[in-house]
Design a protein around this ligand. Structure first.
Ligand code: CA
Length: 453
């Protein structure tokens, strides 16, 4: 996964992230790392031994963590000069260590928070500004995209779509110092092991000379460059595509886009195959087949699934697909193929992968979906989804952890409930379904939901 921040597999995660990003944008910036460049690795003073001493960061938890982590980094073989350059100027960031983080962690805002409907999530990725810029980038950098397609076998509109999703085509790469924001993440504690491992990996990156200490600009969660790679992704998949000896995913379009293509290629991207095809199904279709299971394309055809554009499926060899209902039986319906799961390796959220696929297609002039979104179906609040999950669990349908995020497990549990009662088994959480599951009539449930709002 390229980005830590968006790994939750539901749109509600994006809403939480949006809140964090908003507070991130409003928060104080990280101070400059150093006013003078740290000495090159080749000038390290090997005679120096023992613990590195640091000035206080002004936060005693941070100082204590740093003393421990610095010793462990040295013991694991990391270069002393690099370790010092990473840790000597760390300082607390409000986003990570301020009081609002505690509020987010304890879920104080759950009552008012709504899961963002997918049609809202898609407004920016499919907006005129994103689509027109993407179309222009494909034209302006056609030579680069030609070389990337030829080298990595990844379709250009997909690389461009990820570029747009991650940083608006390199326009918004963040302004945090990666070592500092990862240090804050480690001190904050919930992702301590991940943050420490990413810091150690980033130290290796600088030791190898792939990037310099000053290059390490990141978003608030430590993802770096035009395609927002975590350090471990950068180390594994970053490439120097313009041949200047550095893997510069910050300032070189060629390096950034080739690195993203390399990551997609090594994640199994199949060139020329669709990520998904919008479909229509026969009346009274058994929507319980939209259960996350991949089935052969011929099996779907046998159940009456056809492309909404008409004609037969043309998938360039993609043979397995799942039926996906992003907004239930009343909304657009898709067969999702292998490449959709590749997008999710970049960022493990259906909504993200969907936006990549749709926006890439839009850059080529193919706007989707054709079917209107069921915007009349009001989204449930996080509190309502928790009630739904608890209700499903109590009736023996395993919705998993009651977390207010209606992910695939909740959907599958709801489908089981619906199917056993002869309902349309689309697994889409609505107020009517909340009422059915919790045993209230819909008016009572709606009143209860309104009072929660
Ligand atoms: Ca380069």
């Amino acid at each position: 996964m390229a980005r830590l921040a968006v790994e939750r597999s539901h749109i509600a995660g994006a809403a939480v992230l949006a809140g964090l990003l908003a507070s991130c944008a409003a928060g104080p910036q990280t101070p400059p790392v150093t006013s003078t460049p740290p000495p090159p690795v080749t000038q390290q003073p090997p005679a120096e031994t023992g613990p590195i001493t640091y000035k206080s960061s002004g936060n005693k938890d941070m100082d204590a963590w740093r003393a421990s982590f610095s010793a462990r980094a040295l013991a694991s073989g990391r270069d002393r000069t690099v370790v010092k350059s990473f840790l000597e100027n760390i300082s607390p960031i409000d986003l990570w260590l301020g009081s609002e983080v505690q509020a987010a962690a304890t879920g104080i805002s759950d009552q008012a928070e709504f899961a963002k409907p997918i049609w809202d999530y898609l407004k920016v990725p499919l907006g005129d500004s994103r689509v027109s810029t993407g179309t222009e980038k494909l034209q302006d950098e056609a030579g680069l995209f030609d070389r990337i397609e030829a080298t990595y076998g990844v379709d250009r509109q997909v690389v461009a779509a990820i570029w747009g999703m991650e940083t608006s085509f390199g326009a918004v790469i963040g302004n945090f110092d990666a070592p500092n924001t990862l240090a804050n993440m480690a001190v904050e504690g919930r992702r301590k092991t991940l943050a420490e491992n990413e810091l150690l990996t980033l130290m290796k990156v600088v030791e190898r000379g792939d990037a310099t200490r000053q290059d390490l600009i990141a978003g608030w969660a430590g993802a770096m460059g035009q395609t927002q790679f975590m350090p471990s992704t950068y180390l594994a998949y970053g490439v120097d595509f313009d041949g200047d000896g550095k893997k510069d995913i910050w300032k070189s379009d060629a390096d950034a886009l080739a690195s993203a293509a390399n990551y997609l290629a090594q994640s199994g991207y199949a060139r020329g195959q669709p990520w998904g095809v919008e479909v229509v199904v026969p009346p009274d279709y058994d929507y319980s087949l939209a259960d996350g299971q991949e089935r052969r394309l011929e099996t779907w055809v046998a159940t009456g699934v056809t492309p909404i554009a008409g004609g037969n499926f043309s998938t360039n060899g993609a043979d397995y697909a799942e039926l996906w209902l992003p907004a239930g039986a009343d909304g657009p319906k898709y067969l999702l193929f292998h490449n959709f799961s590749v997008f999710k390796k970049y960022n493990n959220a259906d909504s993200y992968a969907f936006a990549v696929g749709l926006s890439g297609d839009a850059f080529l002039g193919a706007r989707g979906p054709v079917t209107a979104w069921p915007t009349q179906l009001a989204p449930l609040s996080v509190a309502d989804i928790k009630l739904l999950q608890a209700g499903l669990n109590s009736k023996g349908y395993d919705a998993g952890v009651v977390d207010g995020i209606a992910g695939r497990k909740t959907k599958t549990a709801l489908q089981g409930f619906q199917k056993d009662r002869g309902m349309v088994a689309d697994g889409y959480p609505t107020k009517a379904m909340l009422a059915a599951v919790t045993g209230q009539d819909s008016a009572t449930a709606a009143a209860a939901a309104a009072s929660v709002d």
